[in-house]
Design a binder for this molecule. Structure first.
Ligand SMILES: C[S@@+](CC[C@H](N)C(=O)[O-])C[C@H]1O[C@@H](n2cnc3c(N)ncnc32)[C@H](O)[C@@H]1O
Length: 210
């Protein structure tokens, strides 16, 4: 099946994104160098649905970019819930804040600018839901850093775990691919969790702490 035809079909049969997410997609495409990093319609809706099912009180996101996944996840927060999102690149800060302010979730979203590896150890909250979507070299570090802050039964979602299919190709052994292969293996062998690797977009791992 043609990849674009499939995407088109999936989008036509999924609930449409909000006008704000459509605006975010357009502006991200116009103003950033790597707009493909955005979660987009289908994955964004999936994150929103997971969040709405869990109704988490605390969400941690690692890797905000312009905020598509942050706003999608925030949509499912409990009444008194809060989402902390961490972004390394300060160039995105104005755009992120613009969208957070327009979203209606401004009082529920805390944006932290800086290196997540340094910021996570300073956070004292416990989380029900974590979304890991930053630099691929850091995945194993983030996983260990958040595990002790995740409540039992809590969920970690991890993006790009198929890395454009490179995890399966013997010839693709660049540093990022190796980091993801090692991360996937580490999770598969971790007795603290159960997990499912979904072929959604670039591969989404759903991990549940036992
Ligand atoms: C794939 S994008 C995130 C996409 C976003 N979660 C979404 O779904 O729309 C990855 C982001 O992680 C950020 N990032 C990379 N290394 C980071 C680090 N050490 N700490 C925090 N953010 C980081 C990048 O600047 C980039 O904006």
């Amino acid at each position: 099946m043609n990849e674009f035809a499939l995407e088109d079909y999936l989008e036509k049969h999924s609930t449409k994104p909000s006008d704000l997410l459509i605006e975010m997609t357009r502006i991200t495409n116009l103003r950033t160098r790597f707009p493909r990093m955005l979660s987009g319609h289908i994955q964004g809706k999936f994150l929103e649905m997971v969040s709405k099912m869990l109704k988490p009180k605390r969400i941690l996101e690692i890797g905000t970019f312009t905020g598509y996944s942050a706003l999608s996840l925030a949509d499912g927060l409990a009444e008194d819930g809060k989402l902390i999102t961490i972004e390394y690149d300060e160039e995105y800060e104005d755009l992120i804040r613009y969208f957070i302010d327009k979203s209606g979730f401004a009082d529920k979203i805390q944006l932290l600018i800086g290196d997540a590896k340094l910021i996570i150890p300073t956070i004292s909250e416990t989380f029900d839901l974590v979304f890991i979507d930053a630099d691929k070299y850091g995945y194993s570090v983030y996983y260990e850093q958040v595990m002790c802050k995740l409540c039992h039964g809590g969920i970690i979602l991890v993006d790009n775990v198929l890395w454009s299919g490179k995890v399966l190709k013997a010839g693709s052994r660049d540093a990022e691919t190796i980091a993801i292969i090692e991360f996937n293996k580490m999770v598969a062998e971790d007795p603290r969790v159960e997990q499912v690797l979904l072929p959604l977009r670039d591969g989404l791992m759903m991990i549940r702490k036992l």
